[in-house]
Design a protein around this ligand. Structure first.
Ligand code: ATP
Length: 235
């Protein structure tokens, strides 16, 4: 389904953090939201998921979502993988975490979806009985993705999956995210790692001070250093 966000603002109480945001993400398309620390990426994703107060329009194939509470938005097909993999229960096993995601599907569909998820992230099959908290950061991120995908969302909001991960696992994580392409999801990926983002993006928007200051195609991110300097204000 196509996600369309129009004149969208998000606030914590009286503090407006994001304003005037607009973009469209088609099914199967990957949009990267680039921004430095504090640019408002997590606030934007949280507001799209219904967890942060917002104004403006969000539609999924033309159906308005913005008046719906978070739970209903989730039911309508919006899934958030929060920063820091906070959708996982560290003491529970990998299998148990997956079961919690799968319980939102009709009982008859759970086993097929479980098999599909283990096909996408084979490492999770090997780690089934281990506590989620004992996995490596990269493995935890794959589990966090799998749990969010378990309910077959149409929109996946993925908040800084690279956070806290060793550089060596980033290629593997990028490959795992690339395997999601055939699912036809509209993916919104918040990142400040331009190199990682460039390897996945179809298009990007750059967020600074809560506003979109630039937007373009993935080819503009090819020179990672230049893009990081000009879009994030990083050296
Ligand atoms: P990071 O990469 O550090 O997560 P970000 O781009 O995701 O950065 P946000 O976490 O969305 O940025 O923060 C944007 C702004 O909103 C910051 O100035 C931050 O201090 C503020 N902010 C974040 N959470 C809250 C909150 N719960 N209450 C008030 N202000 C907040």
């Amino acid at each position: 389904m196509t996600l369309e966000v129009t004149d969208f603002s998000a606030r914590y109480g009286r503090i407006e953090v994001c304003r005037g945001i607009g973009f469209t993400v088609a099914p199967g398309e990957f949009l990267v939201v680039l921004g430095a620390n504090g640019a408002g990426k997590s606030t934007l994703l949280g507001a799209l998921a219904g967890l942060v107060t917002s104004t403006g329009e969000i539609t999924l194939d033309g159906t308005r979502l913005d008046a719906a509470p978070a739970r209903r938005r989730a039911g309508m097909g919006v899934a958030l993988v929060p920063e820091g993999r906070r959708n996982l229960f560290a003491p529970l096993t990998v299998d148990e975490n997956l079961q919690l995601g799968l319980r939102l599907l009709p009982a008859g569909e759970r086993e097929a979806m479980r098999a599909e998820l283990l096909g996408l992230f084979p490492i999770l099959a090997e780690r089934g009985r281990q506590a989620a908290g004992m996995l490596s950061g990269g493995e935890q991120q794959m589990l966090a993705l799998a749990v969010a995908l378990a309910r077959r969302p149409a929109v996946l909001l993925l908040d800084e999956p690279t956070q806290g991960l060793a550089p060596i696992v980033l290629d593997e994580l990028a490959a795992a995210i690339r395997r999601l392409r055939p699912l036809g999801l509209a993916l919104v990926l918040a990142e400040q790692n331009v190199r990682f983002a460039a390897g996945l993006a179809d298009r990007y928007v750059a967020l600074r001070g809560g506003e979109i200051v630039q937007a373009g195609g993935a080819d503009e991110l090819r020179d990672h250093r230049f893009a990081a300097a000009s879009l994030l204000g990083a050296a």
